[in-house]
Design a protein around this ligand. Structure first.
Ligand SMILES: Cc1cc2nc3c(=O)[nH]c(=O)nc-3n(C[C@H](O)[C@H](O)[C@H](O)COP(=O)(O)O)c2cc1C
Length: 275
């Protein structure tokens, strides 16, 4: 990625970078991270050899709670399986189009098998904390993989739609009990004919609190963001909309969860009692 830090900051926040931040302009890691954009249009060209393995090495290099390493990832290249997962994820065409789909798994099953081989109990795995831990581990790992893929010139998009039908997905991926598919990730070369843009985020002051939580300026910060997010929408040829309104619509009713309101039940069925 060869955009300057100043340009990336401007694109992310739609305001100038503070001078102190520009002191880090030569830092390629930060520039790569700030250049992130989700890609939903892919070429069919496969990934270069070794790309999956290097990304998983980056993923496994992430910190992991107590070194429990409570996650797995399933690489799906078979076009028919990708098509079925696209359907299960809410007919998201990029899942079928991208040459690689990764399903990120909160995986307590390996630890359970370990306990069984040691002829001991695994009572701690029944608790909500264990599921949270596995979810956190898997998410940290996945984001390292995303950073690695992006550094190789590949594009990605996470697929939360994979949680639309958790039991059917578990069946499709042959998951054992105590393994849960948290989200997917499409990976491939971005189609240069449909480039993705950097999507602005909330002003940093809305998310960065110092010494304690402070929402005093929140309303005006969100108003600023609404204007910036709306400009982005219009530049992208998308319908004009205020971020606030879209988010409020999304959270107003349980229907905004698109069927995922049964998650607790699904988790119990898949081996997570969440005590
Ligand atoms: C856990 C997670 C699940 C997501 N699920 C989907 C999805 O199912 N489909 C999709 O097109 N984008 C999905 N996204 C991508 C977000 O929509 C995207 O990250 C957000 O709009 C910000 O855009 P950006 O990534 O381009 O900055 C998901 C992102 C995350 C982190």
């Amino acid at each position: 990625m060869n955009e300057t830090l100043a340009a990336l900051w401007q694109a992310r926040y739609r305001e100038n970078a503070p001078t102190e931040a520009l002191a880090f302009s030569e830092n390629a890691t930060v520039r790569d991270l700030m250049a992130h954009r989700s890609v939903r249009a892919y070429l069919s060209e496969p990934l270069p050899a070794g790309a999956l393995e290097i990304a998983v090495a980056a993923a496994q290099s992430a910190a992991t709670s107590s070194n429990l390493q409570a996650w797995s990832v399933i690489a799906v290249e078979d076009p028919e399986r990708r098509a079925r997962l696209a359907t299960l994820s809410g007919e998201q065409k990029h899942v079928a189009a991208a040459p690689l789909f990764l399903a990120w798994i909160a995986d307590l099953s390996r630890l359970e098998r370990l306990a069984q081989r040691h002829h001991t109990t695994a009572d701690a795995l029944d608790y909500t904390e264990a599921f949270m831990l596995a979810t956190i581990d898997a998410s940290l790992a996945a984001q390292n993989a995303v950073a690695a893929f992006e550094s190789l010139g590949l594009g990605t998009v996470y697929i939360g739609g994979l949680r639309n039908h958790p039991e059917a997905v578990a069946k499709e991926l042959n998951l054992p009990p105590r393994a849960f598919a948290l989200f997917g990730l499409c990976v491939g070369y971005p189609d240069p004919a449909q480039p993705a843009a950097i999507k602005p985020r909330l002003p940093q002051k809305a998310v960065l609190h110092r010494e304690g939580y402070d929402a005093a300026a929140e309303e005006s910060l969100i108003a600023e963001y609404n204007a910036r997010a709306d400009s982005f929408q219009r530049e992208q040829g998308l319908p004009s909309r205020a971020w606030s309104e879209a988010m409020v619509r999304r959270i107003a009713k349980k229907e905004g969860l698109h069927g995922r309101e049964i998650m607790h039940e699904s988790l119990e069925k898949l081996g997570f009692p969440l005590k």
